[in-house]
Design a protein around this ligand. Structure first.
Ligand SMILES: Nc1ncnc2c1ncn2[C@@H]1O[C@H](COP(=O)(O)OP(=O)(O)OP(=O)(O)O)[C@@H](O)[C@H]1O
Ligand SMILES: CC(C)(CO)[C@@H](O)C(=O)NCCC(=O)O
Ligand SMILES: [K+]
Length: 252
């Protein structure tokens, strides 16, 4: 069993994998004040009672630099071995030569590695988290780039903060296309806005790259995927599968 952690801007997502199968997942709030020891205790508590064997190794990717060290150390407490932190020079099989990697989010790299492992290229991954990202890899395993959009709930938060008559709104499945009150209009706007972006950008990508596998992941993808009118693969555990593949490749 190995542990994989995906440190995002809203949550630290933890998973256990046996071979290529994700057997356990938990989303934890990203607490900046915890040190390595405290993270280790948090992880131990989450895994207690699961019946999982002791972890043989751990891998993480992070887009929150302040959490990388403590979470990595926390995982080390459980494995007794160094945690593999996915960095821009980590061998992943994905070529990054086409992108200015100086500030590239490693979650986007991991998403592409996973999509290529599962489906081959070309593949387009939409990751619907705090931000919505598009990350595209071609058939030769090259990262081509993508897009970064405001995340589905971030848009709602911004509307509530900036418009006097717009209230805070939580996400829920829409009924029909048109909203019939303020809350459903905001909800439908957030969800169908993402739907429209994904459908139209995917169509344009196919014009440029030919037939492409479109993959959806991230916390908000469960609400958006069912609304799409184009074929997509919904992979809620995509990042963990990518992290597992990268650890496998780099195991000493
Ligand atoms: N299973 C789920 N169903 C519905 N919403 C979820 C689920 N899991 C997470 N979310 C919500 O989705 C949002 C995005 O979470 P997610 O874990 O994808 O990304 P994140 O932590 O924001 O990281 P990143 O910076 O990688 O986007 C969060 O606001 C979370 O509350
Ligand atoms: C866009 C996010 C926040 C999505 O998690 C992350 O991938 C990130 O911080 N990226 C840095 C910018 C880039 O990828 O070019
Ligand atoms: K994520």
């Amino acid at each position: 069993m190995i542990l994989a952690a995906d440190i995002g801007n809203t949550t630290v997502a933890l998973a256990a994998l046996e071979g290529r199968k994700v057997v356990f997942t938990r989303r934890l709030p990203g607490a900046p004040a915890l040190d390595g020891g405290a993270w280790g205790a948090v992880f131990e508590k989450q895994l207690a009672g699961t019946g999982l064997p002791a972890p043989e190794g751990a891998v993480l990717s992070s887009v929150v630099p302040a959490l990388t060290g403590p979470v990595g150390e926390g995982l080390e407490r459980l494995t007794g071995r160094p945690t593999l932190v996915v960095e821009k020079d980590t061998p992943t099989g994905l070529s990054l030569e086409q992108y200015d990697v100086s500030n590239l989010g490693m979650d986007r790299v991991v998403d592409c590695v996973a999509a290529l492992t599962l489906y081959g290229g070309p593949a387009a991954v939409f990751d619907l988290g705090t931000a919505t990202t598009l990350s595209v890899a071609d058939k030769d395993g090259r990262f081509l780039g993508g897009m970064i959009l405001a995340g589905v709930s971030l848009g709602l938060e911004a509307l509530a903060a900036r418009a006097a008559q717009l209230p805070p709104v939580t996400l829920a499945p829409p009924e029909g296309v048109l909203g019939t009150d303020t809350i459903s209009c905001m909800r439908h706007g957030a969800l169908y806005g993402a739907v429209g972006a994904i459908e139209s950008v995917s169509r344009r990508l196919e014009e440029e790259l030919g037939p492409i596998t479109v993959v959806l992941t991230g916390g908000h993808s469960s609400l958006v995927a069912p609304l799409l009118q184009i074929p997509v693969r919904w992979e809620p555990d995509l990042t963990f599968l990518g992290l597992g593949a990268i650890l496998e490749r780099n195991r000493i």
